[in-house]
Design a protein around this ligand. Structure first.
Ligand SMILES: Nc1ncnc2c1ncn2[C@@H]1O[C@H](COP(=O)(O)OP(=O)(O)OP(=O)(O)O)[C@@H](O)[C@H]1O
Ligand SMILES: [Mg+2]
Length: 596
């Protein structure tokens, strides 16, 4: 049932606020309580003042109370608004922190690729930016004022107990009925529907295309500026339509809401008037009771619900994501230490894998990688090479079969301990908005190790110390694609220097010029001698140097052997190698430059 006091809203005011800042939350509640009582005090004091004046009694006390409560009503409101905004900022910070923890908690990455969670992640990530809804710091003053209005309305109605016991019940009932009827518009349920969340996500995506640097080039060159703006407009309009639709539904209930309020107020005011005319209540009491009826009218304010709900929603979404994360904790860590592994081999036994809800990417892969040797994996786009690399890092578990390190199932190894044995350069490696040094050793390393790694990768002296490798920072700079790739390689080399025993390189030299590639690969082999190296590459000039080469096709290993063996076999590898070598010779002869 959609009632003003849903558990999400209670959760906000009683759990989320104190958790964000205990002291501010206590002060915030104190303000709400005092401000809720003040209008009642003013009504009673006004009645007392008029009663005293009309009876010729001294009126200084009631007058002082009227003056003090009037001033306090005016003064406390802006103070609480600032308090609310600050508290809202603390809530935002707390929720973002919880969201980060929840997103990072699973050892794998499947939760970030789950379409069912994508809307919730967008809502939870953006709630403080004001794209999907007003930020919490904007909502909180309205929530405070709403609670004050609800409290002062109830206080005012309670005063009517002095008139007739049934009067406050009728009045509160009438106003709450309007509330209930207005909320029946279901604007709040609409607001939380998948339709709304999806529209917000699409609008947000279009917005980011326009303001984020990576998309800026293509947007202009492919003439997508108009498309982006109209896409943003379309989805924002859809959001407005949804809220207008809800508003129209609300209009339909408006007549019933007005009727309920009119009848309740008519009954109470009528009864007060009749009693006054019959001299059953004094002038002072008459003023108090009529003031109380008027004061109770704030109970009918419906906007409050919207703000309350909007402020409460992010906490609900974050809590929902927190609850769902354990379902993605299928990558439970084992207990065996991976220190010094592999000594003998890494072995894939009949490994099968499919992404959630997808068809098999790998099926029945059997492969042995001798410790200290290098294995190159080749195959067409989409053959499953990167997927295999992800399985070796245990970002996913195989859906069938086993990966063993010296006979121990990867699932039985302590996950952190295994990952500390690995270093990787993925195809989509990260370009950290940090200095060159920190890009090479994000988790820290000695100056000597960093300098060595940079030299090995041919990336020494790319920038001065402390220059951030991003143009989004004052004094920052950016690198070319190939220079970035050298930095990523330096990161892997630095990790090897620090003791990593398995290196996984997914297209590590794709962006390097041919001379640079040959030079770096030679250094890489030097640096990783004795380290188990798995190299994914489309460049056969690089691949041929590996101890063993595996050709992956249709999710299976179709050829396995050294360069010479595979060339002698005359199979797929030999065909691909010959094709690339022929292309290279042709390009070199015609002077059109190197081929990949
Ligand atoms: N996160 C994912 N969720 C669902 N399917 C995926 C995901 N990542 C990859 N795939 C699918 O798995 C298959 C293998 O992808 P993978 O990235 O392993 O190929 P690859 O051999 O590395 O290709 P490339 O040479 O282009 O890098 C592809 O069909 C791809 O569409
Ligand atoms: Mg790949």
């Amino acid at each position: 049932m959609t009632v003003p006091w849903k558990s999400a809203e209670w959760n906000l005011v009683f759990r989320v606020l104190p958790r964000a800042h205990r002291g501010l939350a206590a002060a915030w509640w104190a303000f709400v309580a005092v401000r809720a009582l003040l209008p009642g005090v003013l009504i009673i004091a006004t009645g007392a003042l008029i009663g005293a004046v009309s009876a010729g009694r001294p009126a200084s006390w009631p007058l002082a109370i009227v003056a003090a409560s009037s001033v306090l009503i005016l003064v406390l409101s802006p103070i609480q608004n600032s308090l609310s905004a600050n508290l809202g900022s603390f809530v935002g910070e707390d929720l973002h922190e919880r969201l980060l923890r929840a997103a990072i908690q699973p050892a794998g990455i499947a939760h970030l690729e789950e379409p069912a969670l994508a809307n919730e992640f967008t809502l939870a990530r953006d709630f403080d930016l004001g794209i999907t809804a007003p930020p919490t710091r904007v909502c909180m003053p309205f929530v405070a004022n709403g609670l004050v209005e609800a409290g002062s309305g109830l206080t005012a109605a309670a005063i009517l107990f002095w008139f007739q016991w049934w009067a406050p019940l009728i009045l509160v009932g009438g106003w709450l009925a309007t509330h209930r009827l207005l909320r029946e518009s279901a604007v709040w349920r609409e607001w939380q529907s998948q339709d709304v969340a999806a529209s917000q996500r699409h609008a947000d995506y279009a917005y980011r295309m326009a303001v984020d640097v990576p998309a800026a080039k293509e947007l202009r060159l492919f003439g997508l500026s108009g498309w982006t703006v109209s896409r943003f407009g379309t989805y924002r309009r859809r959001l407005l339509e949804l809220s207008l639709e809800a508003l129209r539904m609300r209009e339909r209930s408006l007549i019933w809401a007005a009727l309920a309020a009119l009848v309740a107020n008519g009954l109470v005011v009528g009864a007060v008037a009749v009693s006054a005319l019959a001299h059953h209540v004094s002038l002072g009491s008459f003023v108090v009771f009529i003031g109380a009826v008027t004061g109770a009218a704030v109970l009918g304010i419906a906007d409050f619900d919207w703000w309350f709900d909007t402020a409460a929603r992010p906490a609900v979404v974050v809590a929902s994501l927190e609850r769902q994360m354990p379902a993605f904790a299928e990558l439970a860590s084992g207990t065996a230490t991976a220190a010094g592994l592999p000594q003998r081999e890494i072995r894939l036994r009949d490994v099968t894998f499919s992404y959630r809800g997808g068809s098999p990417v790998l099926s029945g892969v059997d492969l042995t990688i001798r410790a200290g040797s290098s294995l190159a994996i080749v195959g067409q786009n989409g053959a499953g090479k990167t997927t295999l690399a992800k399985l070796l890092c245990r970002l996913y578990d195989p859906t069938g079969g086993h990966i063993e390190v010296d006979g121990i199932d990867l699932r039985d190894l302590d996950l952190a301990s295994w990952r500390s044995r690995l270093t990787t350069v993925f195809q989509d490696y990260i370009r950290y908005d940090l200095s060159l040094r920190d890009n090479v050793a994000p988790a820290g390393a000695s100056d000597a190790d960093v300098a060595w790694a940079l030299r090995q990768a041919g990336a020494a002296g790319l920038t001065s110390d402390g220059t951030v490798l991003s143009k989004s920072y004052a004094g920052g700079t950016d690198l070319s694609g190939g220079q970035w790739q050298r930095v990523a390689l330096a990161r892997a080399m630095c990790a090897v220097r620090q003791g990593a025993g398995v290196v996984i390189l997914d297209e590590p030299t794709a962006q390097l010029d041919v001379r640079g590639e040959a030079e770096i690969f030679r250094r890489l082999l030097d640096a990783t001698s004795g380290v188990t190296t798995i190299l994914v590459s489309h460049r056969f000039s690089t691949v041929r140097h590996a101890d063993c080469i595996c050709v992956l096709e249709g999710g299976r290993v179709v050829e396995l052997g050294s360069h010479d063996e595979l060339m002698a076999d005359g199979g797929r590898y030999a065909t691909m190698f010959t094709l690339q070598a022929a292309r290279f010779s042709a390009d070199a002869a015609s002077g059109t430059g190197p081929a990949r």
